[in-house]
Design a binder for this molecule. Sequence first.
Ligand code: BT5
Length: 251
Amino acid sequence: MDATPIIGRQIMRYETVTSTNDLANRYARLGEPEGLVVTAEEQTEGRGRLGRAWIVPAGTSLQLSVLLRPALNPKQIQVLAQMAGLAITAALREAYGLAPALKWPNDVLLNGKKCAGILIETGIEADQLAFAVLGIGLNLNYAMQAYPDLAPVATTLADALGHPVDRAELEHRLLTGLDAHYARVRRGEALFGEWRAQLETLGRWVHAVTPEGPEEGRAVDVLPEGTLILERKDGSTYKLVAGDVSLNPGG
Ligand code: BT5
């Protein structure tokens, strides 16, 4: 057992920031030790992957970034997203009896809609991983109805439960879970099997926008470093390394 908790041994709380990932990246470059957590009530430039925006009303939710310095090579970085996905789903199951699922590559779903997103950013020096920043956004105490563009695909815990949740309690539970999973990562354990078992994308017919154009097929497998394998109608396969899929019941 690792006796000392790493994640959350220092928590810096801000009112308004551009992005908690910006601050965590800055602290990383200043040499702060791993485990530092940066949280904010409000992000003016909260971001997702591929330059997309992460939009959340101030003071409602969990928006946090964790500075990590794992002994991983850059190709293994997906284990950090797997660790975050597992910690989030465990917290939601244990605290509220919810039945969350994971969607490839990095989303957490409740009732088929996204309630949390994960953003990993890395600092690479001489081909080595110097640090990683694990950003987590988890929608809590607001109604997604107020965001008509997102409402068809996104949700909040309050929407799923019908009542608000205790944010401090959930933050503590999430950080404790992240720390426990990070201890496993440091011991070299694979989290992939557990993560894969919760991945509702597998077996589904999906559409994807890829660098080579649109693709569609059945998601038949996923590889530990994150690549999703699609089987097209003609039986050929396509390996989706990055991007997004939309789940589609047809096909
Ligand atoms: C993500 O990106 O889902 C990663 C989100 C990470 C946010 C955290 S908050 C703390 C830290 N600081 C940051 O600046 N970021 C991290 P991606 O898979 O690219 O999804 C982005 C897409 O999700 C957007 O294009 C929208 O379609 C949708 N989206 C935006 N805001 C959302 C929300 N609050 N809930 C659900 N979906 C949302």
